[in-house]
Write a protein that binds this ligand. Structure first.
Ligand SMILES: [Zn+2]
Length: 439
């Protein structure tokens, strides 16, 4: 149970002597201050302009990095690092929820203050989103999807035919069925709809180069989602799936393993974001043998590697908006989300562009740019204080000892300098017991 005690208790905080990365600007600011009031950023600037008001709770950052809380646009909090998808989705909803609660804490501890869930078991990500919003449990702010929607035989249809379908994936065919699936998920309270438009490498018979949905089906799904005010993420690893998705206005393309000149042109003419998920690729290449992943999966990733890295590089060079997301829960454990940022640097992205892809650009990709993702007056004060400079060495974000403070809405909620409030648990009794027997 999350305590209602806040630390620090001040509702006005002044961060001083910051190495400030605001999530938007091209360059960091040295010796900067940031002022926070009632959970929102109020002002920032050089130390010489810092307010000298009594009653501000001052945190002397001593030159440490202050930057927006990180955002991961592609996570599955219910996945527990399973070896294959049969294993990942065979958990009952009850177990999935317990995993998700544990993983949410790990993600927050690693400096990620918001995530977009792109495929859950049952309706877990909506329940998680609401519990975190109501401060019942700790975790990142969540943009929630329901179960991924895909067709028979697709990367979504993973169980052998003689098994009953689980709560993990939604297998539907035809325009009407897809519209209905979207409508049901809106009723269940999702923010985002996830479609599976191509194969996945974990599937035994469905390959990433295959397009597994018809253009009519995907068009109907995207139209329906947008009609109900929901954003759309499309798993697209084939050339054609990317084009279907972009043609009909998908908000984000997940993975983008195969992009050609035409799809990059389409990207630039759209408002869509690319979520590369390089962790998916490298976790199979680097851990495949050790984890005993299937030969098909490992072989396919070897084929995909040059296509994938080439596609992301070409998109970056062409100015496509890249929002980072690691697809964690698959092989790499939750909490290692910042590995994705190191891979993006290795790929040749400028470190500042990588940090923007995990802050202001990520926030816009998940339609939350007006709420958080940069250190700007009026935005929610979600930020981290890091001992080290990720612009020089992105790996500092992976070191729990350097992740000193993690704040959400101006409240410290995690980090090596955070101490869990140790107040007594409140005793809650149902009303009928009041004044009755004590057990
Ligand atoms: Zn995924």
């Amino acid at each position: 149970m999350r305590s209602s005690v806040r630390y620090p208790a001040a509702n006005e905080i002044l961060l001083t002597d910051c190495h400030l990365i605001d999530g938007v600007s091209d360059e960091p600011f040295e010796r900067a201050y940031v002022e926070i009031r009632d959970g929102k950023f109020v002002a920032s600037g050089p130390m010489s302009k810092a307010p000298r008001v009594k009653g501000l709770y001052e945190i002397d950052c001593q030159g440490r990095t202050v930057m927006p809380g990180l955002i991961d646009c592609h996570v599955h909090l219910v996945y527990a690092g399973s070896k294959n998808m049969e294993e990942a989705i065979r958990f009952p909803v009850e177990t999935a929820v317990i995993h998700a609660v544990m993983h949410a804490r790990a993600v927050l501890d690693s400096g990620y203050t918001a995530v977009r869930e792109v495929g859950t078991i049952g309706n877990t990500s909506v329940a998680m989103r609401d519990a975190i919003r109501q401060r019942k449990i700790y975790g990142p702010k969540i943009v929630a999807s329901g179960r991924g929607i895909g067709t028979t035989g697709s990367g979504n249809d993973l169980l052998p035919a003689h098994w009953e379908s689980t709560g993990g994936r939604l297998v539907v065919d035809g325009v009407d069925a897809i519209r209905k699936a979207v409508r049901r998920q809106t009723r269940e309270g999702v923010d985002n709809i996830k479609f599976i438009a191509s194969g996945v490498e974990v599937h035994p018979t469905c390959f990433t180069w295959m397009t597994t949905i018809s253009e009519d089906e995907l068009r109907a799904g995207i139209e329906e989602a947008h009609r109900w005010g929901r954003s759309v993420a499309v798993h697209a690893q084939s050339y054609e799936a990317v084009k279907f998705a972009l043609r009909w206005g998908a908000d984000t393309i997940e993975h983008g393993t195969r992009l050609d000149e035409e799809s990059i042109e389409m990207f630039k003419r759209s408002n869509a974001f690319l979520v590369p998920t390089l962790c998916t690729l490298y976790s199979v290449l680097l851990l495949g043998e050790k984890l005993g992943l299937s030969q098909k999966q490992r072989d396919e990733m070897k084929v995909n590697e040059p296509l994938w890295t080439g596609s992301i590089k070409a998109a970056y060079d062409a100015g496509v908006q890249i929002a980072s997301g690691g697809d964690l829960g698959n092989r790499y454990p939750h909490g290692d989300n910042a590995k994705e940022l190191s891979y993006l640097v290795q790929l040749g992205m400028k470190p500042m562009d990588v940090l923007r892809s995990a802050t202001s650009i990520a926030a816009r990709a998940i339609r939350r740019g007006d709420r958080f993702g940069s250190i700007k007056p009026g935005l929610e004060a979600d930020f981290i204080v890091v001992d080290g400079d990720p612009l020089r060495d992105m790996d500092v974000l992976l070191d729990p000892a350097r992740m000193n403070m993690v704040f959400q809405d101006g409240e410290m909620v995690a980090g090596s300098e955070w101490k869990e409030p140790r107040e007594e648990m409140p005793i809650i009794r149902p009303p009928s017991c009041e004044g009755g027997h004590q057990h």
